[in-house]
Design a protein around this ligand. Structure first.
Ligand code: C2E
Ligand code: MG
Ligand code: MG
Length: 439
């Protein structure tokens, strides 16, 4: 590829190219949150081996041309949903979301290497690139963005050291509990009643106050291994441990709710129920018993059920939901929009609320299609007299757009990360005090 003349070649802002490392890390974190063993997210760290000539070019007036050349080569090798950022003049980071296996990350890596094998001609110079790439995948190698970058960086260093143009991180036993021993580890944690809870506020846009919070389970922080919540839940479901897990969660959450009440904090606490739990005959009784123990009304508790729960055994699900509703629990459909959304559900089930999946919420600023999905879910919910919550709100512009669309409640890092139960009363107090000025 020959580029001559204009050294000011500007790169048009494109959706694949991110503008800052902060944006990159935030996006990576968001992708990791929705990754699982069938939908991996790969991170690639690519550097160019320094040669004197390249170095001279990069630090000179030619850096714009080099970047533009990179940009064109990279763009052609990536899918529309892949993202990358220039971390420095000779380092580029990539996010490849939703891969069904790590082999696809290696394939993408080959494509990038092949695209960059074409030398760049700038005036009378010919520059050869010698890229080296380190690859790591969530959920295989790590469960959060920082750890994943650290592991990809190590793989990248190994590629440099071993002179192998790329290297895929290997799975070390201390990085992840293997599927064989995870069920046993979960059983032990359950036997020790050691699961932890965090609570994330849902901000009511009309009153600018906190009327409810979502309870989110966490693997014990002092445990030798770390296990992401999604992996914990999936494994517990798979190995028949989800009933025991849920009962423990319910008990911890209601104890916490009783404590908040004694401190004068009035919030509805929402608990996530796995789809499998809807087949658990004892569910209403167990919940009722727990309410009695902690002396709480059912109206203080909401139950979030994902859309996928509704497609199995509709008759049974309908009957169970009516039973829970008649007991006084509030009901919400979680991750709405990702499953088999159908108007029929909304008419059929006694639900109070829809939660828009964060995939759409996070996409709505850059994607017109996502924005339309969000807008139509809000319209749909309101037509049926339901309240709408948007989850995963991280940025002010998303919040403002949702407010204009008439969304009722907002949940996300923009306002707060999930926090310890003890921290909630003072957080709510400060929030209510300052909310008038904040938004
Ligand atoms: P969910 O119910 O959709 O919960 C929302 C998830 O989004 C939580 O992840 C929360 O930490 C995360 N989140 C909240 N705000 C933001 C944001 O602004 N940006 C991003 N990127 N993420 C945000 P978490 O805690 O890892 O939970 C994952 C899923 O695991 C939950 O998704 C829920 O389906 C399940 N889960 C969590 N706790 C329980 C539980 O006690 N029982 C059951 N059955 N499932 C649970
Ligand atoms: Mg939820
Ligand atoms: Mg959700």
């Amino acid at each position: 590829m020959a580029i001559t003349g204009n050294t000011q070649t500007a790169i048009a802002p494109q959706s694949q190219l991110l503008q800052s490392l902060e944006e990159f890390m935030a996006m990576l974190e968001a992708e990791i949150q929705i990754a699982d063993e069938h939908h991996l997210v790969a991170v690639l760290i690519m550097s160019l081996q320094r040669s004197d000539r390249l170095q001279a070019l990069l630090s000179s007036q030619y850096s714009g041309i080099v970047r533009a050349h990179f940009y064109d080569s990279l763009k052609a090798s990536l899918r529309a949903k892949d993202r990358f950022v220039f971390a420095s003049e000779n380092e580029c980071w990539f996010i490849l979301p939703q891969l069904s296996s790590e082999a696809l990350a290696v394939l993408a890596c080959h494509r990038l290497l092949s695209a960059l094998s074409t030398p760049l001609k700038i005036e009378s110079h010919t520059v050869f690139f010698q890229p080296e790439i380190g690859i790591a995948c969530a959920t295989l190698h790590a469960q959060n963005a920082q750890d994943l970058m650290r592991i990809a960086d190590q793989a990248h260093k190994n590629a440099q050291l071993n002179n192998t143009r790329f290297e895929l991180a290997s799975i070390r036993r201390d990085q992840r509990t293997s599927p064989d021993d995870l069920p046993r580890a979960i059983q032990q944690v359950l036997d020790e009643n050691a699961l932890e809870m965090r609570y994330q506020p849902k901000v009511d846009l009309r009153s600018k106050s906190i009327k409810s919070v979502e309870a989110l389970v966490r693997w014990p922080t002092n445990h030798a291994q770390s296990v992401a919540t999604n992996l914990l839940i999936d494994t517990a479901e798979q190995y028949g441990l989800i009933e025991q897990l849920t009962m423990q969660v319910v008990n911890k959450v209601l104890q916490q709710a009783a404590e908040w009440q004694s401190l004068g904090l009035q919030v509805v606490v929402w608990i996530n129920l796995s789809a499998r739990l809807l087949a658990f005959e004892q569910l209403p009784k167990v919940l009722e018993r727990s309410l009695k123990v902690w002396n709480l009304p059912a109206s203080a508790v909401g139950l979030e059920v994902t859309e996928s729960a509704f497609i199995h055994d509709i008759e049974h699900t309908t009957a169970l939901l009516f039973e829970l509703k008649n007991l006084g629990f509030r009901l919400s459909i979680d991750d709405f929009g990702t499953g088999y959304s159908s108007l029929a559900y909304l008419r059929r089930f006694p639900i109070d609320e829809l939660k828009i999946d964060r995939v759409f919420v996070q996409g709505m600023i850059s994607s017109q299609q996502d924005k339309q999905i969000v807008q139509s879910i809000i319209g749909l919910a309101h037509n049926f007299g339901l309240s709408v919550v948007a989850e995963g709100v991280e940025q002010e512009n998303t919040l403002n757009a949702l407010r204009l669309m008439g969304c009722d409640e907002i949940q996300g890092y923009y306002f707060a990360q999930p926090m310890l139960g003890d921290a909630l009363p003072s957080w709510c107090e400060a929030f209510n005090r300052e909310s008038a000025e904040r938004f």
